[in-house]
Ligand binder design. Structure first.
Ligand code: GLY
Ligand code: MN
Ligand code: MN
Length: 475
């Protein structure tokens, strides 16, 4: 990212060409422009606003970090813009831990840094959020810097406004200095692990945001079902699915939380099919794995598998309802105090039992379920059944195994349950009628003291409900 310092006023400095910008189409600014561009603008007072709803929660999170690292100076960068090509960048997304600790999310500034300075005497930390505030209109940055100038990208924040919004003292990023001994996120394993584990149990604000993300996602799935005729009519119907969902995610949320998987027919067996360039053919199933992320960056992660023609065939229904049986068994196994891995084990019990009954295994279900010598059923479901969900679709990825897979479920945890069955088009171990069928059902679960709550239960999920949904919205 090119930057232009505060002292770079129009009067003092020739405008530099930002490093990433080609010069072959730049037009020099005439003196008349330079003489007048900084004048004639209305005042824009930096009026502090009331703190955002998340401010009380982020303060508690920062207190937890401070207590865990007494006397240490902690540096948590938001990250920088990433170049896509030439002078275009990917949309900026702050580091998830930075957003979690500041509450600054979809509108966070690239290059910001959250710093915990230990107080003299070892009693806690002073926390400061450094960022490049908007440039004064007497500077060249304002009108000539295409990556951060307000003339180009629109209004940018001031120090006072952000401090009031987030409830954190702020300073200009030029005043930030790294020091010997700094504990830096992503460089220091202990800090990286701590802030990842800090997100395992969601607070009330986070749970409300997760519900919002699920609501937007539910509307996006309704949109897809309503567009099924147009989807089938297009030679790249999978792209229409992706586009229809994307429109809802952008209009009602911030973005998609991950690349949408729109996998029709045999594509459903490719677990991360995001090319989405296939036709959507009546008679096939289409597996759609999509999640909207809201402005706070919390995302849903939901999968539904639909019969394109509106009705499941017998074999499709048998496979679909077995996946649902596995999902329901996993849900029933999820209770506070139970190991996270029990969810997967419950789903696997159903999957192994059914595929053995169908004659697809060279061993018994019990033999397949043997932890050391078995696993034959995993050919048809190689992925896990659950992961934590939050600001990241695969949340808490740096948490220790004994806090995650081998840890106990606690109220406030949010995770997926997403069993599937996938019979590849060229898998000779299954009868022909199974080949090319892939089914996954994925729901977002909140654990409470009273047991699990399926946040996405409102999106039709039994075979009968799915057929009625299609009849209702796309007839
Ligand atoms: N959409 C990625 C996953 O389900 O984990
Ligand atoms: Mn998932
Ligand atoms: Mn998913």
């Amino acid at each position: 990212m090119s930057t232009t310092g505060d002292s770079d006023t129009i009067a003092q400095t020739e405008v530099e060409t930002p490093a990433s910008t080609s010069t072959n189409r730049r037009q020099p600014y005439g003196q008349g422009f330079l003489d007048t561009i900084s004048e004639g603008w209305a005042e824009r007072p930096d009026t502090p606003s009331p703190a955002r709803a998340q401010a009380a929660y982020t303060a508690a999170r920062r207190d937890a970090v401070s207590s865990a690292f007494p006397g240490r100076r902690l540096v948590i960068p938001a990250g920088e813009l990433k170049q896509r090509s030439n002078d275009t960048d990917y949309p900026f997304r702050a580091h998830s831990a930075f957003s979690h600790l500041t509450g600054w999310a979809s509108d966070a500034e690239p290059g910001s840094v959250l710093v915990f300075d230990p107080r003299e005497g070892g009693d806690g930390h002073d926390v400061t959020l450094y960022f490049r505030e908007r440039a004064d209109r007497t500077t060249a940055e304002f009108y000539s810097d295409a990556s951060i100038g307000e003339f180009w990208i629109g209004p940018r924040p001031a120090l006072g406004g952000v401090a009031a919004d987030l409830g954190v003292p702020t300073a200009h990023v030029d005043d930030f200095e790294s020091r010997e001994g700094d504990v830096v996120l992503d460089e220091d394993d202990e800090l990286t692990r701590f802030v990842s584990e800090l997100r395992l149990v969601k607070d009330a604000y986070e749970i409300a945001q997760m519900k919002l993300a699920v609501d937007v996602t539910a509307r996006g799935f309704d949109d897809i079902v309503a567009h099924l005729p147009a989807i089938v009519a297009h030679p790249r119907g999978e792209r229409i699915v992706e586009g229809v969902f994307h429109q809802r995610a952008r209009s009602d949320g911030n973005a998609v939380g991950y690349d949408t998987i729109a996998a029709s027919g045999p594509h459903a067996c490719y677990l991360h099919w995001t090319r989405n360039d296939g036709a959507v053919v009546p008679g096939d199933l289409i597996l759609i794995d999509a999640g909207a992320e809201v402005d706070s960056l919390y995302t849903a992660d939901i999968t539904r598998t639909l019969p394109v023609s509106g009705r499941f065939t017998d074999i499709q229904r048998r496979i679909y309802e077995t996946v649902r049986e596995a999902a329901d068994a996993a849900f029933a196994a999820a209770k506070p105090g139970v190991m996270f891995r029990s969810i997967h084990e419950a789903a696997m019990q159903v999957i192994a039992t059914r595929v053995a009954e169908w004659g697809l295994l060279p061993v018994t279900a019990a033999e397949a379920l043997d932890a050391d010598k078995g696993g034959q059923h995993r050919r048809y479901m190689v992925h896990g059944t659950s992961h934590h969900l939050g600001i990241d679709v695969h949340d808490c990825a740096q948490a220790r195994r004994d806090m995650y897979y081998d840890g106990a479920l606690e109220p406030g945890m949010v995770f997926t349950i997403e069993p599937g069955l996938y019979f590849q088009i060229d898998d000779l171990t299954v009868p022909e009628e199974y080949r090319g069928i892939g089914v996954r059902i994925e729901d977002d679960i909140l654990m409470t003291a009273d047991g699990p709550v399926n946040l996405s239960a409102g999106i039709p999920r039994t075979a009968d409900e799915v057929e009625a949904w299609i009849a209702r919205l796309s007839a």
